[in-house]
Unconditional design. Sequence first.
Length: 365
Amino acid sequence: MLQVMLQIVLRVLLNLLVLELETQFSLTQVQQSQLTHSLMVVKSSGSPNPPLSFGEIETEFGQNPGRSLGRYRSTHPDFENEDLTLFGGELNNLPLDDGIPTSGEIKFSDFYGKRLNIVVDLHSTGNTNFNHNAYTNRFANGNYRIVGDYRTSVTKNTWQGGKKVIIHINKEFGSQGATNINDVALEMGDISDTISNAWPTATTFAIDVGSSGLVGGKGGNGGDSGNEETGGENGGNGTSGMKIHSGFQDEITGESRIFGGGGGGGSGSGAEQNDWGDRNSASGGRGGGGAGLPGGEGGNENVNEAGTANAGGDGINGNNDAEAVGGNGGNGGGRNQAGENASGGGSIEGSNGNGGPAGNQYTFY
């Protein structure tokens, strides 16, 4: 009898042990599933996956105060968009992501395949120096907002599965100090999963330039005027506007406000003429500076012929002394335009200068 009772007790204990092991295994599987979802964009469909859960939506977009689908509509009072219009921004009424209803009926199925939207702040402050970087100088320093504001931050470690980045530009970004034609005012930032200071490869992008935004290369300097012994000088090159990744031009709105600096105008050659022992000489005209941020200087560093953000500076006509007539300086190029060649002159000593090349609207990684 005692032996039978011992056998029963042992069976009960063994069953309890098996149940405990199965429970622990099941919890581990659930935890792994939750971890996987925390690193992914919202899954694209419910088949063959289990139906979308509210927790998966919260993992991607953050937890709203009422924990309801309705509060993910951009028209709900809890949905924050005003941060995107403060300090010079122009974006408002953005949806949580494209395709998620902003009003009316909203369903779980509206969230399949959706991703967190991040607005990088290039609208509260601008920058005058060249090669400003949207990732390293802005996002990595916390200068961004998350649409809806139900999440306040995001790191590269929780980026897997992809996010949408909106680079919103509504201030001026210039190219002070730039000299090379491939120098740019603003860089979009590298895309790489192996480089620390780079956007993850699963990122999608939109670039929005507002009405107060301007991204411009530096204008080329005008050529210095030639004297009676020298020819004209070529205008300097402009520098470029923005560095982006190939194929992203279609994702840019307001792209007319991104430009390469205009080339500087060429200067006129000097002239000399000897007539029966009389020596006549004349200097050539200075070239105008190209349009840019900042505009190029006029020839001989003259501010009167400097370019502006909107237009190239005017070249100056050459001097004349009897039949010695200096060449006329060329105008600086406008946005994305080469400078003009110098022209004219009589009895000139050398060639008139050529206009400098413009910077590019875009350069590419």
